[in-house]
Design a protein around this ligand. Structure first.
Ligand code: GLU
Length: 501
């Protein structure tokens, strides 16, 4: 793509219609536009395409823009089509005056009938309008008229797509297609052509679903004497079953992912690698600047890309691990707060666990227990519930796989005595470990034949301890849990466990 490093400024646009929440596919297209612009130090433009007044809503515009911001797709220029009626009017008049567009007042029913007839005859539906040569004075234009493009082109329309190479359409197949509802209300194809010209767009990167609009847009822009931008149609996102990604495959809105606690950096990385891959490179974890530096349209894959949530979660867990303890705590607090684990009073957190008041530092320690384990921030609530509330579990959980009920009772009773004797001043993970570990190693089951003498099966001791403290099959280790629970709560839980057995 070195040819794009020409003197001409690279200007791309993302042109969402505000008719729904920001879809991950739209976010990916926006991201590719952004990467391309930044790679060439060009401009990334956001244009809200809200000419369809019935379907467009302000709340969706806000949702989409907030989503772009969250992903870090800062735009250089911003436009809203609903504010550009005067611009469109000028060009619609021009097309009408030059005879390249005309008014059509066929009733919807007539057009529908024509369509059905063509379909029955196995012809592709199109409307070649018998009003195309009618010259009307302003006052004679019927109220229900729309504006159509007068399509006289007989040849093929060929364009070079930067992803799909040569693409060809037969121009007469489009008939005299509609381009505006009135001189102030352009339809999508016309508004796009006018805006792309006025905004000096050099490259159009958009979803493959727009590919059949491109020849219509080329017909219009040639009629207006505009220069053709370069096109790149990006393959669509697919679900796991290789069909077009939809709700049925899971969350499709960027917000659902944000709310579940996916980090924007991870989403950025993940979306960038959906259908694009740096040349001869297998690496998957790439920072924003690295992606910008390596982005090249030539490396966009031609087939659809599967939106694999498992992979996103894996990437997200790696980005979570990169957070500092402080950052992680700050990001997790809202999730725990929402779950009602603690409350906020006049902007300060009032943290209580098991009836005891706790500090922010304590909370930081607790949240850090899950740092390596969570895949998304919302996992923190399930992961840490047992710290804040006494766990519920069946007594079988306490029994180590190589032991029995009596064994578990014996170990827990011994542990209870050891723990009672630990001084409060020694109540750190390291000190607790230094006291309990030698006991676990010597009092566990006899060593398996061939293993070093004296080393028994620590699971005999550590399993019931960890299970009694957490009530879970998998959790952080027992010494970390002991440290944050505190002596009293730990003894209470061990006691409960003995009684259960
Ligand atoms: N407004 C169109 C859409 O939301 C995109 C137009 C374009 O990229 O040309 O699908």
């Amino acid at each position: 793509m070195d040819k794009d490093k020409s003197n001409k400024e690279i200007r791309v646009r993302m042109a969402p219609s505000p008719t729904g929440s920001l879809h991950v596919g739209t976010a990916r297209t926006a991201l590719f536009n952004y990467l391309f612009a930044k790679h060439y130090k060009g401009k990334f433009i956001v244009r809200i395409e809200d000419t369809d007044k019935e379907r467009s809503e302000k709340k969706w515009e806000e949702d989409i823009l907030k989503g772009f911001e969250w992903l870090g797709l800062e735009w250089d220029e911003f436009y809203r089509q609903s504010e550009r009626e005067d611009v469109y009017e000028k060009y619609i008049q021009k097309l009408l005056e030059s005879g390249k567009a005309f008014y059509c007042w066929h009733a919807k029913e007539e057009l529908q009938k024509e369509r059905e007839k063509q379909m029955q005859a196995k012809m592709a539906p199109k409307h070649v309008c018998d009003y195309r040569d009618k010259k009307l004075s302003q006052k004679d234009i019927p109220d229900n008229s729309i504006v159509r493009f007068r399509n006289d082109v007989k040849e093929s329309i060929v364009f070079t797509d930067l992803v799909r190479n040569e693409v060809k359409f037969n121009a007469p197949d489009f008939g005299d297609f509609s381009i505006a509802k009135s001189t102030k209300e352009p339809l999508y194809n016309l508004a796009v052509v006018i805006d792309d010209h006025e905004m000096k767009i050099s490259h159009i990167l958009r979803g493959e679903d727009h590919i059949s609009n491109t020849p219509r847009q080329i017909l219009i822009l040639e009629a207006l004497g505009f220069q053709r931008p370069k096109y790149a149609h990006i393959p669509l996102l697919l679900g796991g079953d290789k069909s077009k990604l939809s709700k049925r495959h899971g969350a499709t809105s960027v917000y659902e992912y944000k709310e579940q606690g996916y980090l924007p950096e991870a989403m950025f990385n993940f979306l960038a690698l959906l259908g694009w891959r740096p040349k001869e490179d297998e690496k998957e974890i790439m920072e924003k600047n690295e992606i910008i530096q390596e982005f090249d349209i030539a490396d966009i894959q031609k087939s659809g890309a599967v939106f694999d949530v498992e992979k996103l979660s894996w990437m997200n867990s790696l980005y979570i691990r990169k957070l500092s303890k402080e950052e992680l705590t700050e990001l997790c607090v809202p999730y725990l707060e929402k779950e009602g684990f603690f409350v906020r009073q006049k902007n300060t957190l009032k943290i209580t666990a098991n009836g005891e008041e706790r500090s922010y530092d304590w909370l930081k320690k607790v949240i850090t227990l899950e740092h390596e384990r969570i895949k998304k921030l919302s996992d923190i609530t399930e992961g840490l519930e047992f710290i804040f509330k006494e766990p519920k579990y069946e007594s079988e959980l306490l029994i180590w796989k190589k032991s029995d009920r009596q064994g578990a009772i014996k170990e827990l009773k011994e542990l209870s005595v050891i723990i009672q004797n630990i001084e409060k001043s020694d109540w750190t993970k390291e000190d607790i470990e230094n006291i309990i570990m030698p006991h676990a190693e010597s009092s566990g089951l006899p060593a398996a034949p061939g293993s070093p003498a004296q080393v028994g099966d620590r699971g005999q001791v550590l399993w019931p301890l960890r299970a009694a403290l957490s009530g879970k099959k998998a959790s952080p280790g027992p010494f970390e849990i002991l440290e944050v629970l505190g002596k009293e709560e730990a003894l209470k839980r061990i006691n409960t466990a003995i009684n259960k057995l």
